[in-house]
Write a protein that binds this ligand. Structure first.
Ligand SMILES: Nc1ncnc2c1ncn2[C@@H]1O[C@H](COP(=O)(O)OP(=O)(O)OP(=O)(O)O)[C@@H](O)[C@H]1O
Length: 282
C-alpha cells in the first residue's frame, strides 16, 4: 500500500520558541501560588533547563519583588521587550511596566490583552528559546483567568492549594476551570502542608494532614508534592532571593526541586506537541 507523505504541519504553538508553557493557578488568593511558581522556576533552572516566568497576576504582581528585580525592561526595536533576568531565569511582569503603588483596576479585556501582548512581545530565551515558561496566573477562577488560560497555549497546569483550601471548594473550582478550557492539570501542589519550627525544627501539621493526597486521589491527579510552611520561605521571598536560589541545600529548597522533577515527569507523559487550546482565539 502506498502511504502518502504527510504535508508539513504548521506548528501547533504560536510560540514555537517556548517548548512548554505551564500555568500555575489557585482557587483563591494568598495560598502561595507566586512563591511556588518562582521557586519551581528556579528549581527547573537549577536542573539545567532554560526557564522563564511570566507574572500574569495583574492584581498583585509579586514576581519582581520576589526576584529582587526593579527598573524597566529594555526594548531593542520599540516593538519587542527583553525579559529581565535574575538568579538564572528570565522574567516578565506587568509590575515592571507600571509604578509599584498603582492599583490594578483594569477590566478583564484590558488585562488579558496586556498580558497576551507581554507573552508575545517578550524576547524569551534569546536564540536558544526556553524549555519552560511558567505563567503565574491571577488567583481565582473568574473571567480573566478563564480567558487567559484560553489565550495562552498552555501545555498543562499546576494547581496550588493549602490544606485548608482543600477542605473548601476553592481548589476544586480551579480544577474545574482548567477542565472547562481543556487544559490538562499536571498535578496538585499542597503548600504550607506542615510547619517547621525555625528554632527547633519540630514539624507540626497545623492545618491537618493528608488533605492534598485525598483530593488528588479523588480527582485521579498526581500530588506533585507538599511544601513546608517555613519562615525562611517568606523571608527570602520578601528579600528578593527565593529559598531555592538563596539556600539550595536546605530541606525547603529540596522540596521545591522534588516538585519540579515530578512536574517534568508528568509533562513528559503527555503527548509532545503543546496543547494549542487557545490557538483559535489568538
Ligand atoms: N511555604 C511557605 N512558607 C512560608 N510562607 C509562605 C509559603 N508560601 C507562601 N508564603 C508567604 O505567603 C504569602 C502569600 O504568598 P504568595 O504571594 O506566593 O501567594 P499567592 O497565592 O500568589 O497570593 P496572591 O493571591 O496575592 O497572588 C507571602 O508572604 C509568602 O511569602
Amino acid at each position: 500500500m502506498h502511504i502518502k507523505a504527510r504535508a508539513p504541519q504548521p506548528p501547533l504553538s504560536p510560540l514555537p520558541r517556548i517548548r512548554n508553557i505551564i500555568a500555575v493557578g489557585s482557587g483563591k488568593g494568598g495560598v502561595g501560588k507566586s512563591t511556588t511558581a518562582v521557586n519551581l522556576a528556579l528549581a527547573l533552572a537549577a536542573d539545567g533547563a532554560r526557564v522563564g516566568l511570566l507574572d500574569a497576576d495583574v492584581y498583585g504582581p509579586s514576581v519582581p519583588m520576589m526576584l529582587g528585580l526593579s527598573g524597566r525592561p529594555e526594548s531593542p526595536d520599540s516593538k519587542h521587550i527583553e525579559p529581565m533576568r535574575a538568579h538564572g531565569i528570565e522574567a516578565m511582569s506587568i509590575g515592571f511596566l507600571v509604578e509599584a503603588d498603582t492599583p490594578m483596576i483594569w477590566r478583564g479585556p484590558m488585562a488579558t490583552s496586556a498580558l497576551t501582548q507581554l507573552l508575545h512581545d517578550t524576547l524569551w530565551g534569546g536564540d536558544a528559546g526556553l524549555d519552560y515558561l511558567l505563567v503565574d496566573l491571577p488567583p481565582g477562577t473568574g473571567d480573566i483567568q478563564l480567558t487567559l488560560a484560553q489565550k495562552i497555549p498552555v501545555a498543562g497546569a499546576v494547581v496550588v492549594t493549602t490544606p485548608q483550601d482543600v477542605a473548601t471548594l476553592d481548589a476544586r473550582k480551579a480544577l474545574r476551570m482548567f477542565e472547562k478550557v481543556s487544559i490538562p492539570v499536571l498535578g496538585l501542589v499542597e503548600n504550607m502542608a506542615q510547619h517547621v519550627c525555625s528554632n527547633c525544627g519540630h514539624v507540626e501539621h497545623l492545618f491537618g494532614e493528608g488533605g492534598g493526597q485525598r483530593m488528588a486521589e479523588q480527582y485521579g491527579l498526581p500530588l506533585l508534592g507538599s511544601l513546608p510552611l517555613e519562615r525562611s520561605i517568606r523571608e527570602q521571598g520578601d528579600a528578593g532571593a527565593p529559598v531555592v536560589a538563596a539556600s539550595p541545600g536546605s530541606p525547603a529548597a529540596q522540596a521545591y526541586v522534588a516538585v519540579a522533577r515530578r512536574l517534568v515527569e508528568e509533562l513528559e507523559k503527555r503527548p509532545r506537541a503543546p496543547v494549542s487550546i487557545g490557538a483559535s482565539l489568538l
